[in-house]
Design a protein around this ligand. Structure first.
Ligand SMILES: Cc1cc2nc3c(=O)[nH]c(=O)nc-3n(C[C@H](O)[C@H](O)[C@H](O)COP(=O)(O)OP(=O)(O)OC[C@H]3O[C@@H](n4cnc5c(N)ncnc54)[C@H](O)[C@@H]3O)c2cc1C
Length: 228
């Protein structure tokens, strides 16, 4: 979103993504291939003590390429709590309502039509209503969803209106540049058959000599100098 808005406002925008750029038929719907291609640490990311597993997208579009498309607005009572307990400013319900509406419009967020709920969701919806509980269909950011059920593997039908289908094309059309498929130190070491320590030393020498602040700054430098 930020990239699209900044590029459209005439700023020079460079998008860096450590994961790959995949779209359409690249999403094979094969669990082994897609989990490895689209998730951080091949789907096995966890906290250091392994107590909490963290399923996180790692591809152009980030989590919005693999997520299940449920579009929830942060509730007013949560925003109020943030303001009162944590001092957030300009983030009350009334402030964010136009922002939510804008994002929902731009990502084609709509309630799931009543006749396309899966049987298990249908049971939950009907059951809740028959008990007199408030129950609503989920709002999802999809256009022409074919209900393949493979949302977590990326959408090969182009229905999912994540950042890959919405803000990224806008950013690129407005002149932003994208560099994907980054490697971390261990991957570079593996590919070059060097130790991680050697790779770190070389990176440190390079960034010091060229007065670069970090890896992102180094990629921006390489793009500017026409090296990539
Ligand atoms: C399977 C799944 C289903 C989900 N379903 C829903 C849902 O239905 N509704 C909902 O609201 N949320 C859902 N989420 C959560 C939602 O997708 C994420 O909360 C959201 O995408 C987070 O956005 P973000 O921009 O903070 O980070 P991310 O989307 O995680 O994006 C960060 C990106 O930065 C890249 N990156 C990280 N470090 C570097 C680096 N050093 N250099 C370059 N690139 C880097 C990562 O590879 C990643 O692509 C789901 C998440 C998953 C994994």
């Amino acid at each position: 979103m930020a990239a699209a808005r900044l590029a459209e406002a005439g700023h020079d925008v460079l998008l860096l993504e450590e994961g790959p750029l995949l779209a359409g038929a690249d999403f094979t719907e094969r669990d082994a291939e897609m989990t490895e291609a689209l998730y951080a640490e091949r789907g096995l990311r966890a906290t250091d003590d392994l107590a909490v597993a963290l399923l996180q997208g790692r591809a152009v579009g980030g989590g919005t390429t693999v997520n299940w498309m449920i579009m929830l607005r942060t509730r007013d009572w949560v925003l109020d709590e943030w303001a009162e307990r944590h001092g957030t400013v300009g983030m009350r319900g009334a402030d964010l309502r136009p922002v939510f509406e804008l994002v929902e419009r731009e990502t084609h967020a709509r309630p799931v039509p009543d006749d396309v709920h899966s049987p298990n969701n249908r049971i939950i919806l009907d059951g809740a209503r028959s008990l007199g509980w408030r129950a609503e269909p989920a709002v999802i950011n999809a256009r022409g969803c074919v209900r393949s059920g493979f949302c977590g593997h990326g959408c090969r039908y182009g229905a999912k209106q994540g950042t890959l289908a919405t803000y990224l094309p806008r950013a690129l059309a407005a002149g932003a540049r994208l560099v994907a498929d980054g490697h971390d130190t261990s991957e570079i070491a593996l590919q070059l058959c060097y130790s991680e320590r050697t790779v770190k030393n070389v990176l440190h020498d390079l960034t010091t000599r060229l007065q670069l602040r970090n890896r992102s700054h180094a990629v921006a430098y390489a793009v500017r100098e026409g090296l990539i």
